[in-house]
Design a protein around this ligand. Structure first.
Ligand SMILES: *[C@@H]1O[C@H](CO)[C@@H](O)[C@H](O)[C@H]1NC(C)=O
Ligand SMILES: *[C@@H]1O[C@H](CO)[C@@H](O)[C@H](O)[C@H]1NC(C)=O
Ligand SMILES: *[C@@H]1O[C@H](CO)[C@@H](O)[C@H](O)[C@H]1NC(C)=O
Ligand SMILES: *[C@@H]1O[C@H](CO)[C@@H](O)[C@H](O)[C@H]1NC(C)=O
Ligand SMILES: *[C@@H]1O[C@H](CO)[C@@H](O)[C@H](O)[C@H]1NC(C)=O
Ligand SMILES: *[C@@H]1O[C@H](CO)[C@@H](O)[C@H](O)[C@H]1NC(C)=O
Ligand SMILES: *[C@@H]1O[C@H](CO)[C@@H](O)[C@H](O)[C@H]1NC(C)=O
Ligand SMILES: *[C@@H]1O[C@H](CO)[C@@H](O)[C@H](O)[C@H]1NC(C)=O
Ligand SMILES: *[C@@H]1O[C@H](CO)[C@@H](O)[C@H](O)[C@H]1NC(C)=O
Ligand SMILES: *[C@@H]1O[C@H](CO)[C@@H](O)[C@H](O)[C@H]1NC(C)=O
Ligand SMILES: *[C@@H]1O[C@H](CO)[C@@H](O)[C@H](O)[C@H]1NC(C)=O
Ligand SMILES: *[C@@H]1O[C@H](CO)[C@@H](O)[C@H](O)[C@H]1NC(C)=O
Length: 502
């Protein structure tokens, strides 16, 4: 599913909107500020310091400044670089002595004519030294309806940790060098078909300097060097196993990750994280915020058993975790995943996807990239119904890459959770063979599916799919009077509606 953060705003607005639908006077006065749309979307035009301050101030009772300051954008577009410096009152020279950190995101690589081709991606940044008092102020921004003082000690620690991760200063024009090393400690229980690479150790620089937002993301080709025991990398067309090689960003001990060299054929699972692998309740804003910013990450029911079984029973199953949560919180997601679910490669939302239209397309861009990197592999796609992008992108992949989508599994969050008022669109599934997808309710519904055999539907799980918008939260009256194309471009309009009516 999409990031808890990027989707919060519309969700947060839903109960309000639902209220306006039910309680609106017959002729409501709707007078949105004329340039509201631009003001919400173009946050980068705002002075970053006053932007952040106004977000903080705006969380008081003054909802109009909440709108004007673009708080919706704030949740999907954390401040970067100079916006962070300015909000903390620091400069580049204050930061100069601080060590440079590298977020190195576990990579996948494909087999090409030139050899193993690895997509190395991540971010270079510095961590400002923020006083605890300031950190608490900033953390309170994310804790709508509660204060950090009201949290337990571990929750306070988590809230400060996440807040510090968001308020980092990304470093542009950096030359990133990655040292590949044969020292993976493969956990047999958690690694499925992953084996240690026996060669391929080397040091490679990224072909480009980091972007303005500190990101790096390129494919680089590994040389077939001789390993410590005289071994080599196995050619991709000579093995079905996934070979793992550790990668260390040079000059820091914060940039450790693993690269997975994935053969051309076989099965890859692309799994979302929020509300499918962990409890987020993104559709319930207050809970979503607490679950994202304060509470320890918790697995969703017995989902870890299902993934462990798939890892053990599906030969050489490649796990790829793809969430559109902002890149700044990647470490927390990775730490949770790797202690709870099988090892695998990872994708989060790069920082250059920041405006609203790019936010809408990021998941598809990341999905296209992995599909095109493995044109002969078959993919299992997993997420939940509360992501509007998933609901559109997953069925679209069936059409865009014929024969490559093996199964789509979508948890119906509405079925188990009364607080999920988030509408979703099932129309993309119209015409897709029922054997290829299933809406399910609990992890146990997935036990008897046959992924390898292509029977992805468990007939015991009654499907209630009517193809179109499913807008439970709005009730019948609402859905008959309010039919709109549910997309993020409506967000400013919705915000205007909400705030002028409540
Ligand atoms: C394996 O791939 C390499 C590089 O693409 C190619 O040169 C070689 O002929 C292939 N071997 C087999 C057995 O297909
Ligand atoms: C951070 O700042 C505090 C004082 O504000 C200082 O005591 C502490 O040593 C600093 N920490 C680092 C890592 O610079
Ligand atoms: C926050 O916690 C994560 C996961 O435990 C850790 O990797 C990261 O270094 C911490 N970040 C900060 C800024 O303390
Ligand atoms: C990065 O540094 C390496 C080693 O000094 C150098 O060979 C390479 O050209 C540099 N890359 C870029 C993009 O400047
Ligand atoms: C690497 O070289 C070894 C020994 O020459 C060879 O057996 C192996 O297939 C090569 N692997 C790759 C990935 O080219
Ligand atoms: C790797 O980092 C060390 C210092 O940590 C530095 O001396 C060396 O030049 C770096 N190598 C490359 C290729 O960047
Ligand atoms: C990264 O790897 C280096 C070398 O093995 C190690 O010294 C360091 O502690 C590791 N860093 C983290 C955060 O695990
Ligand atoms: C963001 O960067 C990636 C490469 O890192 C690129 O593929 C993508 O097109 C960029 N997106 C935008 C919106 O600029
Ligand atoms: C490997 O991945 C790259 C990058 O996505 C892609 O352009 C290329 O076609 C892939 N090669 C093969 C042989 O699949
Ligand atoms: C999801 O669950 C709700 C509540 O049980 C039901 O009304 C809806 O039809 C289900 N949607 C799908 C796609 O199964
Ligand atoms: C379909 O509807 C039935 C009856 O409301 C419900 O028990 C079941 O969980 C729903 N199925 C899904 C996949 O939501
Ligand atoms: C484990 O997965 C296999 C298919 O990969 C399936 O046949 C089996 O029923 C699953 N078992 C459990 C206990 O989930």
């Amino acid at each position: 599913m999409a990031s808890p953060l990027c989707r919060l705003a519309p969700i947060w607005l839903l109960p309000l909107l639902a209220r306006t639908v039910i309680a609106a006077p017959p002729h409501p006065m709707i007078t949105p500020p004329p340039d509201l749309k631009n003001r919400v979307i173009e946050t980068r035009d705002l002075d970053p310091g006053s932007y952040i301050n106004s977000v903080i101030d705006g969380l008081g009772s003054d909802v109009s400044s909440y709108v004007a300051s673009g708080v919706a954008q704030f949740f999907q577009d954390f401040p970067t670089g100079s916006a962070v410096e300015s909000s903390l009152g620091i400069s580049d020279s204050d930061l100069a002595p601080s060590p440079t950190h590298v977020l190195n995101i576990p990579a996948y690589g494909n087999w090409t004519e030139q050899g193993w081709n690895v997509r190395v991606h991540g971010n270079v940044y510095k961590q400002p030294n923020i006083s605890e008092e300031k950190l608490d102020d900033l953390a309170n921004v994310f804790l709508i309806g509660t204060d950090i003082d009201e949290l337990t000690i571990p929750e306070q620690r988590q809230a400060r940790n996440l807040t510090a991760e968001i308020f980092v200063v990304q470093q542009k024009d950096r030359n990133v060098t990655i040292n590949f090393v044969n020292d993976v400690d493969v956990r047999p229980d958690a690694s499925g078909g992953v084996i240690n690479a026996e060669g391929g150790a080397q040091s490679l620089s990224m072909p480009y300097l980091t972007t303005d937002e500190g990101d790096f993301d390129s494919f680089i080709v590994l040389q077939n060097t001789t390993g410590p025991d005289g071994g080599h990398l196995i050619a991709g067309n000579a093995t079905t196993s996934i070979q793992a090689l550790n990668m260390y960003a040079n000059g820091t001990n914060t940039g450790n990750a693993t690269a997975y060299l994935v053969p051309p054929t076989g099965f890859t699972i692309i799994s979302d994280i929020d509300d499918i692998l962990r409890v987020t309740k993104i559709y319930d804003p207050k809970e979503g915020l607490l679950n994202s910013f304060a509470r320890a990450f918790t697995p969703w029911m017995n989902m870890p058993d299902i993934y462990a079984n798939w890892s053990a029973t599906i030969p050489d199953f490649h796990f790829h975790y793809l969430t559109t949560t902002p890149e700044q919180v990647t470490r927390n997601y990775m730490e949770f995943i790797y202690k709870t679910y099988p090892l695998g490669s990872f994708d989060t939302r790069p920082l250059n996807f920041s405006d609203v239209s790019a936010t809408l397309s990021i998941r598809k861009a990341l999905l296209d990239k992995i599909f095109q990197t493995f044109p002969q592999r078959k993919f299992v796609l997993v997420a939940d119904t509360s992501n509007s992008d998933v609901m559109k992108d997953y069925p679209q992949l069936v059409r865009d890459y014929p024969g490559q989508v093996q199964c789509i599994f979508l948890r119906n969050t509405t079925a188990t959770d009364d607080s999920d008022l988030f509408p979703y669109d099932t129309s993309g599934f119209d015409g897709i063979d029922q054997k290829q997808y299933m809406f399910f309710v609990t992890p146990d519904d997935l036990r008897s599916v046959d992924i390898v055999g292509g029977n992805c539907y468990n007939p015991a799980v009654i499907q209630n799919v009517t193809f179109g918008y499913q807008g439970r939260g709005f009730g019948n009256a609402a859905s008959s009077t309010m039919r709109w194309d549910w997309s993020w471009s409506w967000l400013p309009v919705m915000m205007a509606l909400c705030f002028s009516l409540v």
